[in-house]
Design a protein around this ligand. Sequence first.
Ligand code: AMP
Ligand code: GLY
Length: 420
Amino acid sequence: MKVMVVGGGGREHTIVKKIKENKGVTELYALPGNGGIAQDAVCVDIGAKDIEGITAFAKEKQIDFAIVAPDDPLVLGAVDALESIGISCFGPNKKAAILEGSKVFSKNLMKKYGIPTASYEVFDDPKDALAYLETAPIPTVVKADGLALGKGVIIAETREQAVNAVHTIMEDKVFGKSGDHIVVEEFLTGPEVSVLAFTDGKTMIPMVSSMDHKRALDGDKGLNTGGMGTVAPNPYYTEDVATECMEKIFLPTMEAMNAEGRTFKGCLYFGLMLTADGPKVIEYNCRFGDPETQVVLPLLESDLLTIMQHIANGTLADAEVKFSKKAACCVIMASKGYPGKYETGFELTLPENRSHIFVAGAKQKDGKLVTGGGRVLGVTEVADTLAEAIDAAYATVKTVKFENAYYRNDIGQKALAAEV
Ligand code: AMP
Ligand code: GLY
């Protein structure tokens, strides 16, 4: 069986390694992949947003199954394009990927179907947004409608910051057309939980919960990043909370998308906040989270490719989806300076005997692996307890060498404190 994975980060490396466990896979490609993925799949120099290039390659190689992992190609309609030439795919089509592609869409969907989320207003004109902000409760949250490389959410602690956010998003257009419309929403507080769920539009199977660490510095200080580390499971996500989320959020979202004629098939990511008023949706993503995937998939005991094929065929109810009861911790090793400016090109030395080192930003140069991005590696370890997984992940981190390596020292500490 010939399989291709679209994308080239740590999430895709994790998916590639898991797909490789299926013995029926004879050829495995990554588009574009990266220097680390190259050790597990054939990397092809076609960008994840190059929909024409992706479909042409799939046709030429007669790919049997395609996994589209990142948000951009999903929102651009990569799955529609691949399916139109008869290629079976994992991932939502364009109509369903709008759940992440437009915050205005997702907020309106939640309102229409009574799915708990922060209260909000939508604005198309900066003048109206500014007038609203004169009396809006502060802090508030200003969000660009469309994709913005994970930077389109501004938490405004003061009225001035909120006003500046409107100027930069709607007038200076720092995120381009993504800022044509904005959502201004209520600031919520409470522990955050990421839940990734498999769904084929008929069945919804949540995976083990996880906790991301988005800020660059220890103690959740510093700038927002793509994610500096994760742990799974998330101790705040108790069985009672899980039951409530299933009833009030997960199934209603699946049914709402069906009712809108936008059946979602793939991995639906629920970014949740556990508020005093119960769990609320902070954001939907139409794909696996990064670096949530790096802790969730190592705990998956069932065959990932089989599950994905069931989803493509609409038979998820027949799939075996089993997670280990163990815990996992992933520490992101980044280039010093990330998410700002950083240098690349430093040689990486990785330990040989660890199976969960996922490469996010590295390239092959003169037969060596060198750093090539802000987030360089995700170092994951699995153990019986969270405390052991954290210790093991940091022990492995200490055996990885590259110049200018930076990582947080407190990944998992908040989760550990919540366990007792
Ligand atoms: P991003 O991954 O860029 O969408 O980051 C969004 C982050 O902003 C979330 O993980 C939350 O920490 C925070 N956030 C988003 N919406 C709200 C909200 N309504 N109230 C409080 N925090 C929020
Ligand atoms: N880790 C957050 C995300 O993937 O969006």
